[in-house]
Structure formats: C-alpha cells, structure tokens
Design a binder for this molecule. Sequence first.
Ligand SMILES: Nc1ncnc2c1ncn2[C@@H]1O[C@H](COP(=O)(O)OP(=O)(O)O)[C@@H](O)[C@H]1O
Ligand SMILES: [Mg+2]
Length: 274
Amino acid sequence: MTLVSEVSSGKHESVDPVMSIRGINKGFGAVQALTDISLDIYPGEVVALVGDNGAGKSTLVKILAGVHPQDSGTITFHDKLVSIPTPAASRALGIATVFQDLALCDNLDVVSNLFLGREIGTIALNEVEMESRSWELLRQLSAKIPSVRIPVASLSGGQRQTVAIARSLIGEPSIVILDEPTAALGVAQTAEVLNLIERLRERGHGVLLISHNLADVQAVADRVVVLRLGRNNGEFRVADVSYEDIIAAITGATDNVVTRREAAVRAQTEEKNK
Ligand SMILES: Nc1ncnc2c1ncn2[C@@H]1O[C@H](COP(=O)(O)OP(=O)(O)O)[C@@H](O)[C@H]1O
Ligand SMILES: [Mg+2]
C-alpha cells in the first residue's frame, strides 16, 4: 500500500491542480459532516471519492456545487481563491455537477434537454445549430443515442446518464462531478458510462467520481480519495492499491487514534439519540 503523499507524482510534476480544497469544515447543527477535508483535482484526471454512508461525500459535492457554503476552509480554482455561494456561481467557475436524480425533463427530446436554459439565439432558438451541436457532442463522447429528437423518457438508464453528462459539458467545464453515475445501471449500461468517463478524461476535464462500486473505481479512476466520518482517511493511486486496502480505509480497519475516537463518540451520540 502506497500513500500518494509518499510517492513522487510522475504525472503531475509540472501541472497545477485545477482545483485544490484545503481544511474544509461543515457542520449541520450538532453534526460535524466534514472536518479538515483536503482534495486536489488535476486536469485530465479521474478522482474517485469513496466512503461509507454518512462519510460526507454528498456534503462535499454540495459545497462544490454551490448548494451549501462551507463553515471554513479554502477552495482554490485555477490558482485563485474562490467562494461558491450559489449553483450559478459553481457553473460559472467551470464546475459541472451531475446529481444522482439527473434532473432531466422526461417529456422533452435530447436536444432540448442538452440546451435547456442555454438555448442558442436571442430571439428564436436556432434548432438546426443546437441539433448539430448535440450530434457533435454525443459523437465526441462516443455515445450510443439512437436519435436526438426522441423524448428522454424513451431512453435507457445508461443513455439518460449519457444525456445528463453531455448536458453538463455544454458550458465547457474544467471539472465534472458525477454523483453515483452507475448506481441504477446494469452491466452493459455501466460499461457505457465508464467509457464515457474515459472520454471526459481524454477531453482534459478533471472528473470527481462519487461511487460505492469499487469495481467501477478500479476500472476508471486514477486516484481514490477515501472519506470516513467526515475526514480524509487515505488517498491512493489506483494502480498501486488493492481492493482490500481501499475497503480497510473505508471501514476504518486502518483507523488512527483520532478517527477511532471520533467513531466511538459518534456511536455514543447515536445511542443517546435513539
Ligand atoms: N442537510 C443536512 N442536515 C443535517 N445533517 C446532514 C445534512 N446533510 C448531511 N447531513 C449529515 O452529514 C453527514 C454526512 O452526510 P453525507 O454528506 O450525506 O454523507 P454521504 O454522502 O457520504 O453518505 C451525515 O451524518 C448526515 O446525516
Ligand atoms: Mg451521499
């Protein structure tokens, strides 16, 4: 097992991260959801964010998406300190977030979903251009969508995920955050979405992949960042780490004194609240 911080990073030596977060804290009332979280994302890199239920993954995603403000800690984007007070601010920075519910309009066709809220043309929508840009985008993603003029309700789960991801690329984001993109998919559709994630990396996007599925993580991620009880609990290069080591970091088999104590305190609090 090799911690990333202990190895000299071959790939990143001359490249700055797109985004660096440092010392992020976030509480909801008495619950400390995130404590002192740090994370870097480089261009053209897939970073998997893993952790048990309640580890703080969604809270971190929501901070980056402008849904919740952090209590303290910094976010640096392209070497500038930024604040992300709203979802619009997150998008404007170049962060695209695909939430688990996808937020597609089922009755609208693929083109309309891709350009929803971003329609080209000030007076009339330029349907021809939107359609050709839709095909171009889907072609770049090697997406298997039969027609861009059918309602998304008639697409498979994998195709709908593809449309949601393609939609997130319309604003040319530097970072794409995918929250459990394969959770509801079968084997073949999962493979399609994993291919799509590789296309995102080829296009130079930094990808933050939230996933429960370690097979997916090992198939497409370059690095794995583990959260446990709202803290960083290990960071590994996928090429160097075993399945067992990732599981150990997730479940706390490798806990240090601080996280062990935190786990005990939480268990007591939960017991009291029953
Ligand atoms: N809006 C909220 N209000 C209160 N507690 C929350 C809220 N969102 C998350 N939490 C708590 O923060 C902790 C982290 O949750 P979450 O980020 O959803 O974890 P994960 O996505 O890794 O399962 C949990 O204890 C959860 O109950
Ligand atoms: Mg979650």
